[in-house]
Design a protein around this ligand. Structure first.
Ligand SMILES: [Ca+2]
Ligand SMILES: [Ca+2]
Ligand SMILES: [Ca+2]
Length: 150
């Protein structure tokens, strides 16, 4: 189901787990890189710290805000043979993601807007609501989009 797939792409885009590539899912190996204190789970603080890093990586001209062009520049070039509809849908998803985060509609995303926009993604991944994301939650989020390891 396409919609679901894009919903997950959005989760990837919005989450700190897809640095900074839309549609390039990382598997649960992403956990280790985010789990700064190696307790096996990602806390809100760890996610927030990672978001700051991602934000600065995305901020190509280092002016402290993200422009749509910076976001686009961070995306991998689509395969030449990729379906045109897929490319268009991905571009649209990117635009939508951008405008969702740009809550003051100023045309740029500040760090505060970015982090505010990320919170729902964290909550969505934290399916049991215990305030941390564990490997199983991460896996089930990605497992629904990918069929490997089973
Ligand atoms: Ca941790
Ligand atoms: Ca910038
Ligand atoms: Ca949890």
């Amino acid at each position: 189901m396409k919609t679901r797939q894009f919903a997950i792409t959005m989760v990837l885009a919005g989450s700190v787990f897809s640095v900074p590539a839309l549609g390039q899912p990382q598997d649960e190996s992403g956990l280790a890189s985010l789990d700064a204190n190696s307790d096996g789970v990602i806390s809100r603080q760890e996610a927030a710290n990672a978001q700051v890093k991602v934000f600065h990586r995305l901020d190509g001209n280092s002016d402290g805000v993200l422009g749509a062009d910076e976001l686009k520049a961070s995306q991998p070039q689509p395969d030449a043979d990729a379906d045109r509809r897929v490319k268009r849908a991905r571009a649209k998803a990117l635009d939508q993601w951008f405008s969702n985060l740009d809550t003051d509609a100023g045309g740029t995303i500040s760090l505060a807007e970015y982090q505010a926009g990320m919170t729902p993604y964290f909550d969505r991944l934290d399916t049991n609501g215990d305030g941390v994301i564990d490997g199983r939650e991460l896996k089930s989020a990605y497992g629904s989009d990918r069929n490997d390891s089973r």
